[in-house]
Design a protein around this ligand. Structure first.
Ligand code: FUB
Ligand code: ZN
Length: 655
C-alpha cells in the first residue's frame, strides 16, 4: 500500500520549528513566478514543451525499467535483476526535474501521471531506512565501481550524486504541483544520509559515521534546495558538512580519476584557490559553496571562491563559457590550455558554470558573475541542444575540421548517449531560465537577464508588477513597464554587461575587444534621459515609482572583434566575433568552403541581418570582411543543418 506522503511531509515540516528561514539577502524571483511573454526564451520554452520534455521522458525507458526490476526484487517477484549502472538513475531524475518545470508552464496530465508512476516505483524501491541505490538494494553491484556494500566506495559509486538529482527533481515537482510524493522520498533519503554519514548507523560502516564527501559533488547544492523548500535547517547543515570535510577526511592518492585533484579533494575547500579536476564536479562544488554562503549569510567560502573564479575567468575558460578543456579527465588543464578543435567543454560543465555564477551573484550582488552566467548560457550551454530540441552535444569544441566523432563517437549531434548526463541537464537549465531574470532585496529590484517577460515582486509592503519587452540577446533595446500596486520608493537596478564597454568582452582579461566604439548606454524614464550611477555592474535608478512608469534601456549591440590573451597559443593572430553576449562562428553551410581556409579583417565594417529561412530562420547572421566575405552565425546554433561541416569560432587574421 502506498504511504500517505502528505502526512510524512507535514510531520517533518512541523519538526522544522526552529527554522527562521534563509538569511539570504538577494533572492531570485523563482522561475515559476516569471511569465515568458515573447522573444528568445518563448521559442525555447515551446520547443521544450512540445519536443524535449516528452522526448527525454521516452529516453528514460531503460532507467525506469531498472526501477521496475528493482521493485520486483524488493517485493519478492521473480524477474531478471536490473543491470548495474552507477548513475543512469540520475539522468532520469534530471528528466523528471525538467518535466516538473514544464508543468509550471503548462499542465499536462500525461506527464504528471508518468512522474507519479516513477515516484511510486522509487518509493517502493527505497529501503525502509531511506537508502536508495538500485545495485546495492538488489545485491548485484560491480564492486570495483560501486563497492561491495553501500557507501564503501563513495569516491566513485555516485550514491550521493544520484540522491542530489533526486532531491532536485523532488523539489521541482513539489513546486510545480504541491505533491509531496517525491519530496517524501528525498526527505527520507536525506535524513538517512545524515544519520549514516554524520552520526553513525549500526547497519552501515560498522556503525561509525562515514564522514566522507562524495566523489561527485551535487548533493551539496541539492540539499540547499531541500532546505529552501522545507525550511529545515538540517539540510543546510548537511550541505555545509559535506563541504567542510572535503579534502580533509578522505584524500585519494592515485592518478587520473583517483588523483586528489580530480574530485577537488586535494585541499580543504576553504584553502582551494584554483579551479581543478573534473569540470562538472568542480562546477557543482563551487555552486554548493556559493549557495551555502548565500543561505547562511556568511562568507566562509568567499575568499576561496573569489580566487577560484579569478583563476577560471582569467586563465581557464573558453570564450564560449565552456569549462574543462581536456578530454582525458573531462577536466581543467593547465593555465591557458584552451584548445579549439580538441576542447572537451562538456555541456554539463557549462550548465554548472551558470549555476556557479548565479550562486556567486546571489552571495555578492556583483553583476560580473552574471556576465559569466549569461556567457555560458547563451553559448556553450545552448550549443548542447539543437534548435529542434531533440539532438545533443556532450562535447563542445570551438572548431570542427570534418573529422567527426568527438561527440562521444557520434557523427554530429546525438539522439541520446549511453552516459546521458548532458541532454537532461541542458533541458532542465532552459526550463529554469525564467528564474535567472529578476532578483530583489529589501530595497532593490535587479534586472539580471533581459527577456520578454512579466512578473510581480514584493517590495516594501507592496507588489511591483513588471512587464518587459525585448528581443535580447539579439537586440539591446529593453522596455520595462513598472507598476507598483501603490507608489513606492526603491532602486531599480539594470544590469550593464561588461560586453557593452571597450575593454574586455567579459571580466577576466582573457578576451579583449580590438575595436573601440563610442555608442553609449541610454536609459530613459518616461521618455526623459536619466543619468545613473553604475555600481557592481548595475545602473541604479532610485526614485519613487508610480504605476505606469516606463523605463527604456538601450544597450549598444554592435558587432565586436575579440582577441585572446597571447598565452593561448592557438588563438594568436586570430579573431573571434561577438555581438552582445553571443559568440559567433563560421560554418561551412554559409561559406561554401572549409572554414579553416577563411581569414578575417579585424574591425572592418560588418553587417547584421536575420536569416530568412531554414532551421536558423530569424537568427541574426553577421557578414564580415576577409580575404572574401565571411558569414557568421551564433555558436550555439551550429550543426543544425547537417553534420560533417567544418566550423570555427576563431578565424585567422588577414595579414
Ligand atoms: O559522473 C557523472 C557524469 O558523467 C559526469 O558529470 C560527467 O562528466 C560524466 O562523466
Ligand atoms: Zn554531461
Amino acid at each position: 500500500m502506498r504511504r500517505n506522503h502528505l502526512t510524512l511531509f507535514a510531520v517533518l515540516m512541523a519538526a522544522a520549528t526552529a527554522c527562521s528561514g534563509p538569511v539570504q539577502e538577494i533572492r531570485q524571483v523563482p522561475f515559476n513566478e516569471v511569465n515568458i511573454s515573447g522573444g528568445f526564451w518563448k521559442d525555447r520554452m515551446e520547443t521544450e514543451l512540445r519536443t524535449t520534455v516528452p522526448f527525454s521522458l521516452e529516453h528514460c525507458a531503460e532507467a525506469i525499467g531498472r526501477f521496475e526490476k528493482c521493485v520486483d526484487f524488493v517485493e519478492g517477484r521473480s524477474s531478471e535483476l536490473p543491470q548495474p549502472h552507477r548513475f543512469i538513475s540520475s539522468d532520469m531524475y534530471k528528466v523528471l526535474e525538467g518535466a516538473a518545470y514544464s508543468l509550471m508552464l503548462e499542465s499536462n496530465p500525461e506527464i504528471e501521471a508518468k512522474i507519479d508512476y516513477v515516484a511510486d516505483l522509487i518509493a517502493r524501491a527505497q529501503r525502509p531506512d531511506g537508502y536508495m541505490y538500485i545495485s546495492h538494494i538488489c545485491g548485484n553491484p560491480y564492486p570495483d565501481e560501486m563497492g561491495e556494500k553501500p557507501y564503501t566506495y563513495v569516491i566513485h559509486s555516485h550514491e550521493l550524486y544520484n540522491m542530489g538529482h533526486l532531491y532536485e527533481a523532488a523539489v521541482a515537482y513539489y513546486q510545480a504541483t504541491g505533491k509531496t510524493n517525491l519530496l517524501d522520498i528525498a526527505i527520507k533519503s536525506a535524513r538517512h544520509i545524515n544519520h549514516v554519514f554524520f552520526e553513525g548507523d549500526p547497519n552501515y560502516n560498522d556503525g561509525k559515521p562515514v564522514m566522507q564527501a562524495p566523489g561527485h559533488e551535487e548533493i551539496e547544492l541539492a540539499l540547499c534546495k531541500l532546505y529552501k523548500v522545507t525550511g529545515d535547517r538540517l539540510y543546510l547543515d548537511m550541505a555545509k558538512k559535506f563541504l567542510d570535510i572535503r579534502g580533509i577526511t578522505f584524500i585519494p592518492d592515485g592518478d587520473g580519476v583517483n588523483s586528489p585533484e580530480y574530485a577537488q579533494q586535494h585541499l580543504p575547500v576553504t584553502e582551494q584557490r584554483e579551479v581543478a579536476g573534473h569540470s562538472v564536479r568542480a562546477g557543482y562544488l563551487y555552486t554548493g559553496m556559493a549557495q551555502v554562503d548565500a543561505l547562511t549569510g556568511k562568507n566562509d567560502y568567499s575568499e576561496a571562491l573569489n580566487a577560484i573564479w579569478d583563476n577560471l575567468v582569467s586563465k581557464k575558460m573558453h570564450i564560449t563559457g565552456g569549462l574543462g578543456a581536456c578530454r582525458s579527465t573531462e577536466g581543467f588543464g593547465a593555465d591557458y590550455e584552451l584548445p579549439n578543435r580538441d576542447a572537451y567543454d562538456e555541456t554539463c560543465a557549462a550548465v554548472a558554470n551558470v549555476f556557479f555564477n548565479e550562486g556567486m551573484f546571489l552571495a555578492s550582488g556583483d553583476a560580473k558573475f552574471l556576465d559569466i552566467a549569461e556567457l555560458s548560457l547563451f553559448n556553450n550551454a545552448l550549443a548542447g541542444i539543437n534548435l529542434a530540441g531533440d539532438r545533443f552535444f556532450y562535447v563542445n569544441p570551438l572548431e570542427a575540421d570534418g573529422e567527426w566523432g568527438f561527440n562521444h563517437g557520434h557523427k554530429g549531434r546525438a539522439e541520446w548517449f549511453g552516459c546521458a548526463c548532458c541532454p537532461p541537464n541542458i533541458s532542465r537549465l532552459i526550463l529554469q531560465a525564467p528564474g535567472y531574470m529578476y532578483a530583489y532585496d529589501s530595497g532593490s529590484i535587479f534586472l539580471t537577464l533581459y527577456a520578454g517577460s512579466s512578473t510581480s515582486i514584493p517590495m516594501k509592503g507592496t507588489k511591483v508588477a513588471l512587464e518587459q519587452k525585448t528581443d535580447y540577446p539579439f537586440s539591446g533595446s529593453v522596455q520595462l513597464k513598472v507598476n507598483p500596486a501603490r507608489s513606492c520608493r526603491f532602486s531599480l537596478k539594470l544590469r550593464i554587461p561588461t560586453w557593452v564597454g571597450n575593454g574586455n568582452f567579459i571580466p577576466g582579461g582573457l578576451y579583449t575587444y580590438q575595436d573601440k566604439r563610442d555608442d553609449a548606454v541610454i536609459i530613459k524614464v518616461n521618455g526623459e534621459d536619466v543619468e545613473c550611477a553604475v555600481a557592481d555592474g548595475f545602473a541604479v535608478i532610485d526614485r519613487k515609482w508610480q504605476s505606469g512608469d516606463v523605463v527604456d534601456l538601450e544597450l549598444p549591440m554592435s558587432v565586436r572583434y575579440v582577441s585572446c590573451d597571447e598565452h593561448v597559443e592557438n588563438n594568436r593572430n586570430c579573431t573571434a566575433v561577438t555581438r552582445g553576449p553571443v559568440v559567433y562562428c563560421a560554418e561551412e553551410a554559409d561559406n561554401g568552403c572549409r572554414v579553416q581556409e577563411l581569414t578575417i579583417e579585424p574591425c572592418a565594417e560588418a553587417g547584421v541581418s536575420a536569416i530568412g529561412d531554414g532551421a536558423l530562420k530569424g537568427i541574426p547572421a553577421i557578414r564580415c570582411q576577409g580575404s572574401r566575405p565571411v558569414t557568421l552565425i551564433p555558436y550555439y546554433a551550429w550543426d543544425n543543418r547537417g553534420d560533417a561541416q567544418t566550423m570555427t569560432v576563431w578565424l585567422r587574421n588577414q595579414q
